[in-house]
Design a protein around this ligand. Structure first.
Ligand code: GLN
Length: 205
C-alpha cells in the first residue's frame, strides 16, 4: 500500500505537481498514489497535499465555495504536510493585502502579490534554500514576495525578500518547484519535514 497524496486541482499546474510528488517519493523510496482534488471529501484521506499556483483570487473563492478550505485547515491541524506554491502560498498566507483573496491563515506571513515587477514577470534564479546542498533552479511567474514573517521560518530569499517559508508542517514557495525536473523542494516539504507526520513505511506496507 502506498501513501495518498492530493493535488488541489481547482486551477494551476496539477499534472506537474503530480509528477514532482511521484519523483520525490521515488527518491525517498516511498510509493505514492496522487489524487486530483476538485471537490470536498477527498482531502481527509490524503497523507500529503500540494496547492498549486494559478490565480489566488479564483483559487480561494473556489476552495471556500466547494468546502475544500475547511478540509485543508483540518489536514494542517492534524500535522500533515502541505506544500503551497505561488498563488497557493498567497491563499495559505494570513494576509494577502487584497480583499478578493480569502486567506486560509496556515502560514503566519503577509504577502505582496505580483511583487517582482513587470520586467521580471517571469524569471529563473539559482536559489540557496535552507536544507538543500546545492542551489535550487527556481522559476518565478508573476510571483508574490513575503513581507512579514511572523511565526514562520524563512527558507530562502531573493532580491532581499523572503520567497520560501516553513511553519510546522506547511511549506510555502513564491516560485514553482513543479516546473523543473528537480524535485528537492517536494522532497523537503513532504519526506524530510521533521514537523510533519507521515505514516511510517511499515504502516503502509
Ligand atoms: N499572480 C498570481 C496571483 O497573484 C500568482 C501567479 C502564479 O501562481 N504563478 O494570484
Amino acid at each position: 500500500m502506498s501513501l495518498t497524496a492530493g493535488v488541489i486541482a481547482v486551477q494551476g499546474d496539477v499534472e506537474e505537481h503530480t509528477a514532482a510528488i511521484e519523483r520525490a517519493a521515488r527518491a525517498h523510496d516511498r510509493e505514492v498514489t496522487v489524487h486530483e482534488i476538485r471537490n470536498a471529501g477527498l482531502v481527509p484521506d490524503c497523507d500529503l497535499l500540494a496547492m498549486p499556483g494559478g490565480e489566488s483570487t479564483t483559487i480561494s473563492r473556489l476552495l471556500h465555495s466547494e468546502g475544500i478550505a475547511a478540509e485543508i485547515r483540518a489536514h494542517v491541524d492534524a500535522g500533515k504536510p502541505l506544500l503551497a506554491t505561488c498563488a497557493g502560498l498567497i491563499v495559505a498566507s494570513s494576509d494577502a493585502a487584497d480583499d478578493r483573496v480569502e486567506e486560509l491563515g496556515l502560514l503566519d506571513v503577509t504577502v505582496e502579490r505580483n511583487a517582482f515587477g513587470r520586467q521580471k514577470d517571469s524569471f529563473e534564479a539559482p536559489l540557496d534554500v535552507a536544507g538543500l546542498d546545492e542551489p535550487y533552479p527556481a522559476v518565478f511567474i508573476r510571483a508574490p514576495a513575503i513581507d512579514d514573517v511572523g511565526d514562520a521560518t524563512v527558507l530562502a530569499s531573493w532580491d532581499g525578500r523572503p520567497v520560501a517559508v516553513k511553519q510546522g508542517s506547511v511549506v510555502g514557495t513564491a516560485f514553482h518547484p513543479e516546473l523543473t525536473p528537480d524535485s528537492r523542494i517536494h522532497g523537503l516539504a513532504f519526506f524530510e519535514n521533521d514537523d510533519a507526520t507521515l505514516p511510517a513505511l511499515e504502516e503502509t506496507a
